[in-house]
Design a protein around this ligand. Structure first.
Ligand SMILES: [Zn+2]
Ligand SMILES: [Zn+2]
Length: 391
């Protein structure tokens, strides 16, 4: 790394250190006022205000989402780099996924560059992406083209361990409904068509399918309607399934086989099936040259990465869709002990703890330094682009 870039990183890190009080206060304020998917009025407002005060141009709403926004700061001619801010909470549990720290870290990274340098070859963007928890906000933004043309898209996620990258599974959401015929379950069962039986048969067929699927595939569902009373043959029953796999194409093939299980159950019981794919998350593609730059930057701050199998304990994220339209990373920083479980009360407490705030600040610095690598190192941009188009 040349000396000039090292000096610029030092200036930006110092600027972020200077904002420490403001960033911590904001992270705690968002934590104390949890807002669930697409209702993040206050959190989005606070982030926009802070960006506007630093001279960013703010667009809100974005792609028709009232709590999504884009704040841009143009430092000069050059590529566009984006930091994504999440800020939604979980129903009842509050900030048990620590998205308050994601929002504050991405704000810190964006402001650190804009206020620290003022002039630089490119544009930094802070994109507010609401509704990660069950809303797929980034899917909607990706479909609207918000991430097109970006040289890099980054965020950090709080975790129990510090992990440079891991996979996230493609996910399809499937609603299965059956329509039968009500009848007295004891007096005239021969006149009824049992929609619940069709749901149970669907589960059984899926369970038979499991043995013949690769390890990365996950199929899991719940019955959302199982009838009204034991003495009425259920004329309506429904189940909601998630189908997941590492590969998007394979995920669609498994989805088709799951739908065949439902179609078979309809044939077996005489009920009519209605199948509705209600949403999809794409798999996560980590851009490895970009991840390598982040690794070096976080390590320069004294952090160490945990060695983790990138295929271990996988979920899905709406960041997957972003990673298919622009080079992206989604690293994790530890905010508590290794046994800390996500979406728990303990995780919520960690998201407002000293360790959580320290991770937020370190993430802001490492994200900002990585953005400087992208802006000032054309050869890195070439590697990033080659990895993006090649894989
Ligand atoms: Zn979560
Ligand atoms: Zn999360």
């Amino acid at each position: 790394m040349n000396q000039k870039l090292a000096e610029l990183k030092r200036v930006v890190v110092e600027t972020i250190d200077g904002m420490r009080g403001q960033l911590e206060e904001l992270a705690l304020r968002i934590h104390a006022h949890p807002e669930t998917k697409f209702e993040e009025e206050r959190a989005a407002g606070w982030l926009c205000e802070a960006a506007q005060a630093a001279g960013f141009q703010v667009e809100r709403p974005l792609a028709g989402l009232p709590t999504a926004f884009r704040a841009s700061f143009r430092g000069g001619e050059g590529p566009r780099v984006a930091f994504l801010a999440e800020y939604d909470a979980l129903p009842e549990l509050g900030h048990a996924c620590g998205h308050n720290l994601i929002g504050a870290a991405s704000l810190g990274a964006a402001l650190g560059i804009a206020l620290g340098l003022r002039e630089f070859p490119g544009t930094v963007e802070l994109i507010g992406t609401p509704g990660e928890e069950g809303g797929g906000g980034k899917v909607i933004l990706a479909q609207a083209g918000v991430f097109n043309g970006l040289a890099a898209v980054m965020l950090f996620h709080p975790s129990s361990r510090t992990i440079l990258w891991k996979y996230a599974l493609a996910r399809r959401k499937l609603l299965i409904e059956f329509f039968g015929k009500a009848a007295h379950a004891s007096g005239s069962p021969d006149k009824g068509i049992n929609a619940l039986d069709a749901v149970l048969q669907t589960f059984n067929s899926i369970n038979a399918l499991r043995q013949h699927l690769p390890d990365d595939v996950r199929i899991h569902g719940v019955i959302t309607d199982g009838g009204a009373a034991p003495n009425i043959v259920p004329d309506h029953a429904a189940a909601l399934f998630y189908v997941r796999a590492l590969d998007d194409g394979y995920c669609d093939q498994v989805l088709e086989r799951v739908m065949d299980c439902a179609r078979g159950a309809a044939l077996a019981t005489g009920a009519k099936a209605n199948l509705e794919v209600q949403g999809a998350y794409r798999s996560l593609r980590t851009n490895l040259p970009l991840a390598q730059a982040f690794k070096e930057n976080l390590e320069s701050l004294g952090w160490e990465f945990d060695q983790v199998d990138p295929k271990e304990r996988l979920g899905s994220t709406d960041m997957g869709d972003v990673s298919h339209v622009a080079p992206a990373i989604h690293p994790y920083l530890a905010i508590g002990p290794a046994e800390l479980a996500g979406h728990s009360i303990e995780f919520r407490e960690a998201a407002a703890s000293e360790q959580g705030l320290a991770a937020m600040l370190a993430a802001a610095k490492a994200l900002a330094m990585t953005a400087l690598d992208v802006l000032f190192r054309p050869e890195l941009r070439e590697e990033i682009q080659a990895a993006f188009t090649g894989g």
